[in-house]
Design a protein around this ligand. Structure first.
Ligand code: NAP
Length: 255
């Protein structure tokens, strides 16, 4: 089989479990295409995906434009976290300036189901303001967002994040340095143990951090659900399979 490629170099913007799956699938299925995986470098413990990887910001839109031109990138796959909005906006801008193809993987948002009590809030700032006085909150937000809550030291907070916060938290708060658990039992235990009255979370979507939402439902703990930031129009895919299908259109298979 003769593969005539019109794709030379794919840049995969990573930071999610879907990006890790895509890196492996692309390397297997499109072995003749150069693939570079890019991480922000926020998390120190990066996975070894067995493909060429770069770490750290590009230096804004201009830096990304230079990278795309110098490295001959034909396609950007934006598989960053739904709240990594700056990176996604830069990708759209830089792709437009350089005529580079772009597809953004947007995992579906979580929806309220029977038994949930959700209050939708527009931002982390709005979530911090909406927390009732003296509540006991489980703040399942990133280290970049936690500062928005520290003026609410009338409340107790259980804080879970992967890397430690940049600034100290109020003394009476409890910090857990862990990834979200996939076990509903473990999440229920955590909520019960800390007598949590409110769960605060970003609407990240996906299965890997959904257990806490199910645990909150079982314990009738209300949620403050932070809406996703708006992103500019782009080609989008709802799953890794759709991204792989998108790549196929560039690969002309002839017998
Ligand atoms: P961001 O605000 O969109 O990005 C900030 C800057 O980080 C970007 O402008 C870019 O720097 C660099 N950057 C981000 N992703 C990159 C990538 N894949 N490769 C190279 N550079 C990258 O996103 P964030 O600050 O990382 O996170 C914002 C929110 O997303 C937080 O809520 C965080 O918890 C969540 N999140 C992000 C990631 C992630 O991998 N980014 C993973 C999980 C959760 P330059 O402008 O210099 O290019």
């Amino acid at each position: 089989m003769d593969l005539t490629r019109t794709l030379d170099h794919i840049l995969l913007l990573a930071g999610t479990s879907e990006a890790r799956q895509l890196a492996k699938s692309i390397a297997q299925r499109f072995a003749a295409v150069r693939l570079t995986v890019s991480f922000a470098g926020v998390v120190k413990d990066l996975p070894d995906l067995g493909v060429p990887t770069r770490v750290g910001g590009f230096g804004g839109v201009d830096g990304l434009v230079s990278y795309l031109q110098e490295e001959g990138v034909d396609l950007i796959i934006d598989a960053t976290h739904p709240f990594a909005a700056q990176m996604s906006r830069h990708a759209v801008d830089a792709a437009g300036q350089t005529d580079t193809h772009l597809i953004r993987l947007e995992r579906p948002i979580w929806h309220e189901v029977d038994g949930d009590t959700w209050q939708h809030v527009a931002s982390t700032t709005a979530a911090a303001e909406a927390l009732p006085e003296k509540s006991r909150a489980f703040l399942s937000v990133g280290r970049k967002e936690i500062d928005k809550f520290t003026n609410r030291d009338d409340c107790f907070a259980l804080v879970r994040m992967i890397e430690p916060p940049e600034r100290p938290l109020p003394d009476h708060w409890h910090l857990v340095l862990e990834r979200p658990s996939k076990s509903v039992d473990a999440e229920r235990h955590l909520l019960k143990h800390h007598k949590i009255t409110h769960l605060v979370t970003k609407n990240s979507g996906g299965a890997s951090s959904y257990a806490k939402i199910e645990a909150a439902r079982q314990l009738e703990v209300p949620l403050l659900m932070i809406k996703r930031p708006a992103l500019p129009d782009a080609n989008t895919a709802a799953s890794t399979a759709e991204v792989l299908k998108f790549i196929e259109q560039f690969v002309d298979c002839r017998d």
